[in-house]
Write a protein that binds this ligand. Structure first.
Ligand code: FAD
Length: 486
């Protein structure tokens, strides 16, 4: 028997929690947050640098907007960007009023500088643990609301739509069907589909595949942002050496100590410069020796600890780096109201393509987007009324295909990540993209079919990779994060 709520939120990162909290202001709105884990495997939890908002002396929403539009290279939706940027101070202020404390104190918080920003405007928590601070705080507040229920270990694997109306979702977990008036998808991006990535390995675009199958249009799938400075030589997720290290004076140098690029240029330019050096067989480093060790340890405690673990003392030694897939701009195309194009389905955060980032994301704008668009999604989705006719949710079961032997899920996942990195990475060309697309389609045909979460998630990821490759092939020119060699 399907469990009935007013609103379902899929995902418990910043976007999902923001949507749930906003919706819970309607006291008669019963909200369920369905999450594959418990929020601690989200990108939000791992966000380091901070959240951008124009509250500094001499700063303004106009300047923040100007920087965002410049980074987006003409492809931002200016109305949406303005809405998010202007909504930032109030949305962050609301969290502060609830008790979230930023470094420096909420009266005059410390404001960091990051690449592409013309002003210091990045709020942070415990130096480089902003995401963890926000995630745990919002989860705690949401947990205190009587009308929000958390259902962890629940993987949404199908969206039920009938006559263009949303009626519920199918899930794998303790309950298999949920009915509701509306759905907010907040399931995150797909950067872990790449072999080199800063994301937790489960950030592989599940919700985007589900939304697309329910009829939601996708946009900007080719725009994958590569982070220039991730610790090299790691196997699963590359540890991030936050951009804020460069904001505080860190340089990017080669083995001889020569600075190879302006460290505060936008990520795409810095990434390409680094990638080119690496392709020539050279090594590239962040040189933070100009910062005192004490300051480094205090400002970047998590990075400091990780470096020491690897035998690197940033005060005396260079930090070896490489580029890695970091943030995915593309996703479910949403309107300014966060509506996802089909019935009462909304989307926010990294699974959505709101139009804020255009062809390139400005650092620390994504937590802001998740927070503000999550609120908008939560407000609009919770206003949806129960359907007049009784929807046949109970007769619906997730359409699980028959099991079949084939290439094991784990092998397919590793192969997918390698193909994406080799054929759809920092610098792209048509022959490689075509090869990559054929490789992904081949895996889609040959992968074993099992009905456990891992297996379903990898099949969803292959679908997302196919859409990414197709979009990358169609985007012939270099723009923003997207570099085409030919
Ligand atoms: C290392 C790192 C550092 C970063 N630093 C910054 C920074 O300093 N500033 C900044 O602005 N941005 C930063 N980002 C980007 C930012 O963290 C993300 O863009 C943002 O947190 C995305 O939030 P979200 O709520 O959309 O998704 P997420 O936080 O990724 O949450 C998605 C949730 O959906 C759940 N989920 C996924 N699929 C399903 C499913 N099918 N069913 C149920 N649940 C599902 C997941 O378990 C997860 O809880 C960083 C990212 C990384 C990886």
């Amino acid at each position: 028997m399907a469990e009935k709520f007013d609103l379902l939120v899929a995902g418990a990162g910043i976007a999902g929690l923001s949507a749930a909290l906003e919706a819970s202001k309607q006291k008669d709105c019963q909200v369920a947050v369905l999450d594959r884990f418990d929020g601690t495997q989200s990108n939000t939890y791992f966000a380091q640098g901070g959240i951008a908002t124009a509250i500094g002396k001499g700063d303004s929403a106009k300047k923040h907007l100007g920087d965002t539009l410049r980074a987006g290279r003409g492809l931002c939706d200016e109305k949406v960007a303005r809405l998010i940027i202007e909504g930032g101070p109030a949305a962050i202020g609301e969290l502060m009023d609830l008790g979230l404390e930023f470094d420096g104190g909420n009266k005059s918080p410390e404001l960091g500088l990051e690449g592409g920003h013309s002003e210091h405007r990045v709020l942070h928590i415990n130096g480089d643990q902003t995401g963890k601070g926000i995630e745990l705080f919002m989860k705690k507040i949401a947990g205190e609301q009587k009308n929000i229920r958390f259902l962890g270990k629940t993987y949404v694997n199908e969206i039920f739509v009938e006559k263009k109306e949303f009626i519920g979702v199918g899930a794998i977990g303790r309950q298999t069907e949920f009915a509701a008036n509306a759905l907010v998808l907040a399931t995150g991006g797909y950067a872990a589909c790449f072999e080199k990535t800063t994301n937790p390995k489960t950030t592989i675009g599940s919700g985007i595949a589900l939304g697309a199958r329910a009829g939601c249009p996708l946009e900007g799938m080719e725009f994958v942002q590569f982070h220039p400075t991730t610790l090299s030589g790691q196997t699963q997720s590359n540890f991030l050496v936050t951009e804020a290290v460069r904001g505080e004076g860190g340089k990017i140098v080669d083995e001889s100590g020569r600075q190879i690029v302006n460290p505060l240029d936008t990520r795409d330019r810095v990434s390409v410069s680094i990638y080119r050096e690496l392709m020539l067989g050279k090594k590239v480093f962040v040189d933070a020796r100009g910062l005192s060790g004490e300051f480094f340890a205090q400002r970047f405690p998590m990075v400091h600890k990780e470096l020491l673990k690897g035998g690197i003392n940033p005060e005396t030694g260079l930090i070896p780096i490489e580029t890695a897939a970091h943030y995915t701009i593309g996703g479910i195309k949403t309107s300014i109201t966060a509506q996802a194009g089909v019935g009462e389905i909304y989307a926010a955060g990294e699974c959505a393509c709101s139009g804020l980032h255009g062809a390139n994301r400005l650092a620390s704008n994504s937590l802001l987007e998740g927070l503000v668009m999550g609120k908008i999604a939560g407000a609009n989705a919770s206003a949806q009324k129960p359907k007049s006719m009784a929807m046949p949710i109970d007769s619906r079961k997730p359409a699980l295909p028959d099991e079949r032997d084939g290439v094991p899920t784990k092998t397919s996942y590793e192969a997918m990540r390698k193909i994406m990195w080799r054929c759809c990475g920092v610098i792209r060309d048509e022959p490689n993209l075509k090869d990559g697309l054929a490789g992904i389609r081949n895996l889609e045909k040959k992968i074993e079919i099992r009905q456990d979460i891992e297996s379903i998630a990898v099949r969803n990821a292959l679908f997302v990779c196919e859409k990414t490759m197709e979009a990358a092939l169609a985007r012939k020119q270099s723009i923003g994060v997207h570099f085409r060699a030919n």
